[in-house]
Design a protein around this ligand. Sequence first.
Ligand SMILES: [Fe+2]
Ligand SMILES: [Fe+2]
Length: 430
Amino acid sequence: MKKIRNNIILQYTLIIFAVVLSVTLALGFVISRQVTNHLIRSHIGMFPFLIQHLTHSQPEIYQFFKAPPGRELPPDAAHFLEELTNFGAVFRVKLWANDTTVLWSNNPEQIGQKFPDNSNLNGALNGELQVIVKELMERENIGDEGYGKVLSIYVPVWLEDRTVGVVEMYESDRDLFLQIARNTRTVWLTVIAAGAILYLLLFTIFLNAHRRQQKASQQLIETQDVTIIALAHQAEIHDVETGYHLERTTHYLKILAEELASHPKYRAELSPTAIAELVQSAPLHDIGKVGVSDAILRKPGKLTDQEYAEMQRHCEYGATILRRAEEKLSFHSFLSRAIELILYHHEKWNGQGYPHGLKEEEIPLGARLMALADVYDALRSKRYYKEALPHDECHRIIVEERGRHFDPAVVDAFLAREQEFLAVSEKYVD
Ligand SMILES: [Fe+2]
Ligand SMILES: [Fe+2]
């Protein structure tokens, strides 16, 4: 179920399949019924005229309809009905009285029976021509069971403005049924072909739109990524921390985040999306340095207190830059996470950091991870005022700072994955 929910193409395939299938079935049923009805109606069109002719030329027939069953038919009428049984594929003719009794049939067994529940008969007695296709199974068709599927036609007999009875005929017309079957098959084949074409058309339209949209979002994501990189490197140009500092710190942060995510306590906070946003944010951690003068950033000697205070303001500057950008967005983006990371990456677990002196879990988790990543890289890298330290020395310092500068949980994550830190530092050498 989850797989279907996540796969928009599969979802759409199923939805349009269901819609097209329903429409096709509905259309198939309606059209084939219409076509069959039309065929039958035009086939039986002449029967009402024949019956009208019979009654007009034999007025005695009206008396016959009022008499009890089993009486002799007027001779001309009997002759006419005999003729009718030889007409087309008609094999049975019955005359029904108004009280639903069989007055006459060319199968004498059926005469005298009464069927008040016959709905088609009742329809015809109410003045409407009735026609149905049926198997001769009912009690009413005693002696006719061998005919299989037949057409049953009920023609009302009118005297002035009311019906006096009904003439019913059974017709067993193979050609008609073959024609109906052929037409039905043609209707279904046409409707199914149209449904298949409609399905392919809709699916192609959707697939193209989906691909175009995916390409557009991919391009947008790439544009966002290069914008972030451009922004990050802009600050780096002013800084002494050049080379692969941003690449390495991003890798370190990712390693730490993935390690912590395997612990139940951090699993919810470090979802795959959260980790991706942290990784996106990491290169921006020092963008605020664009606001600090080069004289301070590149000063070879020790900074004065005033200069050091100015240097510390890079956290605020960076957060301000991104806050201004974030205000322009109408949706939640990775920027809020980036702002936290930028603002607090120099805070320390024991509350001795800057800019706000936050401590322990007051410091957002992303910033706690960034702090260790940033310091490890500073220690491992060569600066004009110091040599690059070997990994073991960095390890010693970080362990020493467990619970002081760094979150103990983050140090433990480092210890669990420090070989990967070493590998990254050796891969991206300035
Ligand atoms: Fe910084
Ligand atoms: Fe840094």
